[in-house]
Design a protein around this ligand. Structure first.
Ligand code: GLY
Ligand code: MN
Ligand code: MN
Length: 441
């Protein structure tokens, strides 16, 4: 878990970016109630980043008077014996102050009055509008109260804090790199288990169960995103999560699954033959994607940008697709016309961290973000040949994606997801070792 020292360091860093006489408000997620039962609670990731506090009805307030004077305040629920009978203990003010390392922990029950006092005479307020209706209402009412009050002055400027915070989250610290590494390790084990337990006639949801079992077994009880088990044509549906079909002998299955471990996401995709052996056409498409991934992994390092790498990947894909006669024409012309987009229609990768599609600016298409050490991202080339594509029939419905998770290092990158195999020989070898292949149902 992230230590209190690191949490304090993060809050100090944020304070150093704020102007004098300002305050910042970072709200926890609200509670989701469903007919007297709570939905699974998912904490706001920005709030979590600064507190590692997993309760709803909470607010972090940082106040900066000047360079030398600041206050860190948490509003959280007071202890309440009656609620604790139903949902278990909450931290309360005394423990929260120590565990999170703030200067004061105040009761959420008095937030209306206390927030007005704290924000009186503050010039600049940092707030992220439109995240939660209740949070916006509270801020709006506090400002109105200060405006209408005798002897009170509300902030005159409101600034969105998200660009500041998300830039911090883009660069991973040693403690969170360790957690990301573990998250990737658990997800790698789950993908290996999937390859070892897959057989023709199994249902996609049964394979999903194997993966989720491995996540839980290793203490990662949350998913980073909904698991995708797309067999046959379903592999070409990019966000296929129904996972309801029976898997057929001779088809591929695309498995895109990742756990969230102590809040940190991993995001791996592997594609493999349900019966353990690639056909000629599956092998050809798979090899184009694998070559693209390897090229990207060689190129991703400090001072390069993702667009540049993407450009090389597209060159490789188009060259090979022309060789297979799945695209017809001159490669450069096909690229400038975007002819490859029917087969590869998503980005090459995305930031990875507390969120699976993590926060942080990608720059613009003209001024694309330059990579730096300690950025963590996915690399995920794919080719999806729809069943209606104008290509020879034996290629139709083949969908392949291979996705790894990497960290940019001083001189290149390190792959966190290497331990789950991706070479054709390795996959076939691993799957040949399957025991007790059931042909149930
Ligand atoms: N699993 C979502 C993605 O690969 O972006
Ligand atoms: Mn991804
Ligand atoms: Mn993915």
């Amino acid at each position: 878990m992230i230590s209190t020292t690191v949490l304090q360091y993060r809050r100090k860093t944020l304070l150093s970016k704020m102007t004098s006489c300002s305050a910042i408000l970072i709200f926890a997620s609200p509670e989701n109630i469903m007919k007297q039962n709570e939905y699974h609670f998912c904490q706001n990731k920005d709030f979590w980043y600064f507190t590692c506090f997993d309760e709803p009805n909470a607010l972090l307030v940082l106040i900066k008077q000047d360079e030398f004077n600041n206050q860190q305040i948490l509003f959280n629920k007071p202890k309440d014996c009656n609620t604790e009978i139903w949902v278990g203990p909450c931290l309360g003010q005394n423990l929260a102050k120590i565990r999170i390392g703030v200067d004061y922990a105040l009761s959420w029950d008095n937030i209306d009055k206390d927030l007005s006092k704290l924000l009186n005479n503050i010039k600049i307020l940092y707030h992220a509008w439109n995240e939660y209706i209740e949070a916006d209402k509270l801020v709006f009412n506090t400002l109105r109260c200060l405006r209408n009050g005798v002897d009170s002055t509300p902030p005159n400027t409101i600034i969105d804090w998200r660009p500041l915070v998300h830039e911090m989250r883009l660069f991973k610290e040693p403690e969170e790199i360790k957690l990301l590494r573990t998250s990737c390790k658990i997800t790698s084990l789950a993908h290996t288990r999937a390859m070892k337990s897959c057989y023709p006639g199994m249902f996609e949801y049964q394979l999903e169960g194997e993966i989720h079992h491995e996540f839980n077994y290793h203490g990662a009880r949350q998913l980073a995103y909904n698991t995708i088990i797309g067999s046959g044509y379903n592999a070409c549906i990019l966000h296929y999560t129904k996972n309801k079909d029976k898997m057929r002998d001779g088809d591929l299955v695309l498995v895109d699954a990742g756990c969230s471990f102590k809040g940190y996401a991993s995001d791996i995709t592997r594609t493999f033959p349900i019966n353990g052996k690639f056909s000629k056409q599956q092998r050809e498409i798979y090899n184009i994607v694998l070559t693209s991934l390897k090229c990207a992994l060689l190129m991703l390092k400090p001072e390069i940008n993702i667009n540049e790498v993407n450009h090389h990947v597209i060159n490789i894909m188009v060259k090979h697709l022309v060789q297979l006669r799945l695209l017809k024409g001159i490669p450069n012309k096909l690229i400038s016309e975007g002819a490859y987009l029917q087969f590869f229609m998503h980005n090459l990768g995305h930031w990875l961290g507390l969120d699976v599609h993590d926060v942080g600016s990608y720059g613009t298409s003209i001024n694309n973000r330059i990579l730096k050490p300690n950025m963590v991202l996915t690399v995920e080339p794919g080719l999806y040949i729809s069943k209606d594509a104008d290509v020879p029939i034996e290629y139709r419905g083949i969908g392949v994606r291979i996705e790894d998770n990497i960290i940019i290092t001083k001189n290149g990158n390190e792959c966190f997801t290497d331990s789950v195999v991706k070479e054709i020989d390795q996959i076939e070898f691993l799957m040949a070792s399957r025991k007790n292949l059931k042909n149930v149902l």
